[in-house]
Design a protein around this ligand. Structure first.
Ligand code: SF4
Length: 292
């Protein structure tokens, strides 16, 4: 039987996947804006227990095609552990065609090219990476413990190994002070990485704005709606992508944007300009719908 240690999160696109919790919590758990796993102390589930959970699903073996390995950054597991888990999953579910997980860029950096290729060949086909920003100063302010160069190299290596990437950027993350550099450097990072999927979410304050300010290493002055949409405009204007599915339609977004980049870049920028020209009558999500 599956045992979940709640709360359990998965990306929206994994709604029909089996969720297997191989790790509990996030191994970092210190980003200024994130409270997702603050109630959990990170640990790795015992392999024996995980394999028993997998064995308990054999009666549905032919129905299981997609598996998401939770929690926060299950890709932190060593190559050997992930390799054994993938072998077990492939042996148990003959119709399995995709395994995915959340990853930190440094979890990818810690694996060799050959290891990444081996994991991809065994079905680990998609990683969700919360990059948040490509701006080094802002990365320090939010205590992400990542850098532009390490992220760029790690993410490019994953793609070269055959792992697709779904990357998240946080709109409004640095407030007024960092806004322009956040937009420009995040776009620069995306241009180097060329992820298959890119989405933006708007910064939210699960424990209130003051709590975020106390964890932010610098001065934080939040962007208003105009500032958030202008930041999106700078970001998209600076993107040079070959073929990336772009989504800005998470519940947190005021303005819903969808397209394929760069094909739809002008359409998205026109939409943003129109909204900024006539903000009072723009079709933005009201606060109650954003119910974060
Ligand atoms: S944003 Fe990601 S890495 Fe940072 S604490 Fe949250 S789950 Fe962990």
């Amino acid at each position: 039987m599956l045992h979940y240690d709640e709360p359990l999160y998965r990306p929206p696109s994994e709604a029909y996947s089996l969720i297997l919790q191989a790790t509990i919590g996030c191994s970092w758990n210190r980003c200024a804006f994130c409270e997702m796993y603050s109630t959990k102390k990170f640990r790795v589930k015992e392999e024996k227990q995980l394999f028993e959970e997998i064995d308990s699903l054999t009666m549905w073996a032919d129905d299981i095609r997609k598996i998401f390995i939770a929690d926060g950054n299950a890709f932190v597991l060593s190559f050997d552990k992930l390799n054994r888990i993938l072998d077990k999953l492939n042996n148990s579910f003959p119709k399995l065609n995709r395994v995915s997980a959340y990853a930190l860029p440094r979890d990818i950096a810690a694996k060799t090219d050959e290891e990444l290729k081996e994991l991809a060949s065994k079905g680990l086909k998609l990683l969700y990476v919360g990059v948040e920003t490509g701006d080094d100063e802002l990365l320090k302010a939010i205590n992400k413990s990542e850098s532009f160069d390490v992220m760029s190299e790690a993410l490019q290596r994953a793609r070269k190994a055959g792992i697709k990437l779904s990357v998240m950027i946080l709109n409004g993350l640095g407030g007024k002070h960092y806004s322009k550099n956040h937009a420009i450097n995040s776009a620069r990072l995306m241009n180097q990485v060329q992820p298959e999927f890119l989405s933006t979410l708007v910064l939210s304050y699960p424990k209130g704005e003051d709590h975020y300010k106390t964890k932010f290493n610098g001065s934080f002055e939040p962007l208003d709606t105009t500032g958030l949409i202008e930041e999106m405009g700078y970001f998209i204007a600076n993107l040079e992508l070959d073929n990336t599915v772009f989504r800005s339609d998470h519940a947190s977004n005021y303005l819903v944007l969808r397209g394929n980049l760069n094909r739809d870049k002008n359409m998205l920028l026109t939409k943003i300009a129109e909204v900024l020209d006539n903000l009072d009558n723009a079709n933005l999500r009201p606060e109650w719908m954003r119910g974060l």
